[in-house]
Each structure stands twice: as structure tokens, then as C-alpha cells.
Design a protein around this ligand. Structure first.
Ligand code: FAD
Length: 446
């Protein structure tokens, strides 16, 4: 029975778009909300590539959760990783930053833990081909991109120089396309006249995609326009290809006809797949909920888990009607879950309508002044697409300061091609360098 002195305890796992919108929907409810996240910040993932390419700073795309929620007096934030859920005792098991364990009781649990990078069973690729899901990933990619030009400048042979000046992207979705466009712009414009030995504009950008088109989710006309724009920028598209191996010096690629080619590239970036974090599997096991191949948890039409009306799963990690992993889906499902709890607390007896996603469209930035946007019957590309992209991102960036800062940075980048956020240092992992495959010393058994 509900204790009338203690307010109902709502635990939200994840302070991404889903968790944040759930917390906001509960702002005026007489409930006690705890937002648990392993990061201290809310990350605007759609702009990670702009941080990686040096247009935006970390602070412009990541805002402290405590700051965002400071006026939500019934909400507290907890920096911790959820490791398991005891659905009988209604407890979330947490690991604190210093390794201590903690148990957090709940009356309602809203799960919005998102998805993480997947290498489709080839986790060994991660060392050579970072993905882009976190702020650290973006900063690592920034260092790898700009450092590759530095390495090319001091290369001792033409072959080595070319390896450093070749960038390979795996995955032709929005992130792969956006990064490919950015690297060509960096090479052709940002770094112009900065180096003495190399011509940065000679950098090659190779984009590998398993299907026959990039940006397939945008439909064929926009996908074709995006491909034309990328080719115009100098991006080399390798469609219908599968990456079968990656090492420090390049990658092996299988083509549709079965032929396998090796491409030499010292910078390989992975944007190809996602999988659910371990806590999602722990929750599915504890509740008997089913997961799809990537580990997303199947939910009822009201986002609860079968047999567990007190647990709601939202955002990227929920599986419902094949909804895509988009920020807008996460925001709407998070807000819906928050409202459901609010209605229950208010004692509303009318059954809530099932969750219905309102598709506001999607957009991908290709290069300065060029983007594609699909919203209902409206398909935009080129400069108009870019203007629409700009409007949407300004509207959705969290916080006035982030918005203002981003608009200023975009104005500078658009007007002058300059990228102000290029600070990086050598990482300790740089030395000693792994020898190229054919330069390796023979093994004792050879
Ligand atoms: C590079 C990139 C570009 C994208 N571009 C676009 C775009 O252009 N348009 C678009 O609509 N969408 C885009 N997306 C997708 C969009 O960002 C996601 O759909 C959205 O972020 C999902 O929100 P979420 O709240 O479900 O998950 P997330 O935003 O991933 O948030 C999940 C949160 O849960 C936390 N967490 C995870 N595990 C635990 C745990 N065990 N304990 C505690 N906390 C945990 C994480 O730290 C994180 O803060 C992009 C994504 C990426 C990675």
C-alpha cells in the first residue's frame, strides 16, 4: 500500500533525452524523482560529430544534469551506474564512482539507458576504430583526425604519408556521412596553408556502407542527393561492402562479388551499429521481457513491461513497432512515461492512450551549407535543407547558453571555415607504434 507521508519514489535510469523528458514531465507532481546516470552531464549526441571535428566545444553539447534540473525541486541527480534491478524488492543496484555498491528503492522505474556502440561481435576492432557515442569518443576522434595530418607532415615515405592522409569511415548512416563531410572540409579548407610538407587537401576519405545507399532511412531521392553531394566533396563511396578486419594500418573489405580488398588508412572510424548496455539485459532477465537482436527491450503499447506496470522502458533501448533510434522518439517516449506516472499519482482512472510517436522528421548535415531533411511529405536538400537543419538544432539544444554558443560557433565556421575547438595533445598510447603488417618481424614459428 502507498505510504501517504513518503512521496512516491520514481527512479529514472539515464539522463539522456528520454530520462530528461521523463523528469521534466514529473516536475509539478508530488513525487520524489531520482535521476541516475553514469555521466554527470546530458549529452546532445546528434552534435557529437561537430565536437569531434572542432566546430563546437564539449560544453556546447554537454550540460551538467544538475544544472539542467536545478529548478526541478522534486528531482535529485545521482552519479552512479545501474548494474541490476531486483524487481521483487523493487530496488536498483548501483555502483558509485568509487566502486561502492548502493541500493535504490523505487515505486516506479523509468528506464532510458540508451544504446552503446556495437562491433557485431568484433570487439577487437574498437582499439583501431573508435565509435562515437560519448564525449570521450568525440575528443578521441578529434585527436585522431588532427593528429593524422601532423603525422603525415613528418612521414618519411610517400606511402606512409598517404596512409596518414587516408581516413576510412565504416557505416553510411547520418554519423558516417556527417563525419565524412567534416573531414573533407577540414582537409580542404580548415587546414589550408597550415602545413609545410603536405597538402592537406590531398586527404582521401573513404566511406564503407553495407547497403547500396548512404542515408537509406531518408528514402531514395534524398539518399541519392546526399551521395552526389558527398562525391562532389571528394568522399569516395564504397557501397555494398562489408568490413571484415581492421588493424592499425588499414582495413579489409569484402565486396558484393566476394572479392576482398585491403585499404591502407591510419584513421578508421566506426559508426556502424549499436547494442543495449548490460543493465538492459539484466532487467530483461529479471522481468522475463524479450529483447530484440540488438538487446532492445520489448514494451507494451503503454511502454510498461509485461506483468510490471511499475516499470517503463523508453528511448533508444525500448523496442516498439520498429521505432527508430532518434532523439525525438526518446523525448516523446520519456515525456509519455513521465506523464503516465503523473496520471497514476493524480489518481486518474481513465486508461491512458497507447504511446503514439509523432514523426517530426529527420535531418543530416553533410557539409557547410548542405544538409538533407525529411519531414512528412517535405524533402529538402542543399542550402534549404541546411537552414532547416540549423533551425531544428538551435531549437532542440538544451539550455540558452549552449544555444547561443553554438550559434556563434556556427556563424564563425560558416563565414570563415575556421574551427576554434582544435585543442588536443599526444596520447600516451601513441608510442611505441605497431609496425605495418608487412614490416612485422617474423614470428618464431614462421
Ligand atoms: C553520433 C550520433 C549522432 C546522432 N544523430 C542524431 C540525429 O541527427 N537526429 C536524431 O534524432 N538522433 C540522432 N542520434 C540518436 C539520438 O542521439 C538518440 O536517439 C538519443 O540520444 C536517445 O536518447 P536516450 O535517452 O534513449 O539515450 P541516450 O541519449 O543515449 O542516454 C542514455 C543515458 O543513459 C546513461 N546510462 C547508460 N547506461 C547506464 C547505466 N547502466 N547506469 C546509469 N546510466 C546509464 C548514459 O550515460 C546516458 O546519459 C544520434 C546518435 C549518435 C550517437
Amino acid at each position: 500500500m502507498q505510504d501517504h507521508v513518503t512521496p512516491r519514489r520514481v527512479v529514472i535510469l539515464g539522463g539522456g533525452f528520454a530520462g530528461l523528458f521523463a523528469a521534466r514531465a514529473l516536475r509539478r507532481s508530488p513525487v520524489s524523482v531520482t535521476v541516475v546516470d553514469r555521466r554527470a552531464h546530458h549529452l546532445f549526441q546528434p552534435l557529437l560529430y561537430q565536437c569531434a571535428s572542432g566546430i563546437l566545444s564539449e560544453g556546447q553539447i554537454a550540460q551538467p544534469l544538475r544544472d539542467i534540473l536545478r529548478r526541478h525541486h522534486n528531482v535529485r541527480c545521482l552519479l552512479a551506474e545501474a548494474t541490476d534491478v531486483d524487481v521483487q524488492a523493487r530496488l536498483v543496484h548501483l555502483r558509485l564512482p568509487d566502486g561502492r555498491a548502493m541500493e535504490l528503492p523505487y515505486d516506479d522505474l523509468i528506464v532510458g539507458v540508451g544504446m552503446r556502440q556495437s562491433y557485431f561481435g568484433h570487439d577487437e576492432f574498437a582499439a583501431h576504430a573508435p565509435g562515437m557515442k560519448t564525449l570521450n569518443d568525440a575528443l578521441d576522434i578529434r585527436r585522431r583526425i588532427y593528429q593524422a595530418f601532423e603525422m603525415a607532415e613528418t612521414a618519411t615515405s610517400a606511402r606512409e604519408r598517404q596512409q596518414w592522409l587516408t581516413f576510412a569511415l565504416v557505416g553510411g548512416g547520418p554519423t558516417g556521412v556527417e563525419l565524412a563531410g567534416q573531414i573533407r572540409e577540414i582537409a580542404g579548407h580548415t587546414l589550408e596553408r597550415e602545413f609545410r610538407t603536405i597538402d592537406s587537401a590531398e586527404a582521401r576519405v573513404l566511406l564503407f556502407e553495407g547497403s547500396d545507399e548512404v542515408l537509406g532511412a531518408f528514402g531514395r531521392p534524398l539518399a541519392e542527393r546526399a551521395a552526389r553531394t558527398l562525391r562532389g566533396l571528394g568522399v569516395e563511396l564504397h557501397l555494398g561492402t562489408r568490413v571484415t578486419d581492421i588493424d592499425a594500418h588499414g582495413l579489409m573489405v569484402r565486396h558484393k562479388d566476394g572479392a576482398v580488398t585491403r585499404y591502407e588508412a591510419r584513421t578508421v572510424l566506426w559508426t556502424a551499429g549499436v547494442e543495449a548496455p548490460p543493465v538492459a539485459t539484466a532487467l530483461a532477465r529479471a522481468t522475463g521481457a524479450t529483447q530484440d537482436r540488438a538487446g532492445r527491450i520489448a514494451v507494451e503499447p503503454d511502454l510498461t513491461l509485461p506483468g510490471h506496470p511499475e516499470i517503463r522502458v523508453t528511448g533508444d533501448v525500448m523496442s516498439l513497432n520498429k521505432l527508430p533510434g532518434l532523439a525525438e522518439v526518446a523525448m516523446q517516449s520519456g515525456a509519455y512515461a513521465g506523464r503516465s506516472v503523473r496520471h497514476a499519482v493524480e489518481g486518474r482512472t481513465k486508461k491512458q492512450k497507447p504511446f503514439k510517436y509523432v514523426d517530426l522528421g529527420s535531418a543530416a548535415y553533410i557539409s557547410r551549407g548542405r544538409a538533407v531533411l525529411k519531414t512528412g511529405p517535405l524533402h529538402l536538400s542543399g542550402f534549404l535543407g541546411w537552414l532547416a537543419w540549423l533551425f531544428i538544432h538551435v531549437a532542440f539544444l538544451t539550455g540558452f547558453r549552449s544555444r547561443l554558443g553554438a550559434v556563434l560557433s556556427w556563424s564563425v565556421a560558416f563565414a570563415t571555415n575556421a574551427r576554434r575547438e582544435r585543442a588536443f595533445a599526444m596520447s600516451d598510447a601513441d608510442a611505441p607504434a605497431e609496425p605495418a603488417p608487412e614490416q612485422k618481424a617474423p614470428s618464431p614459428s614462421a
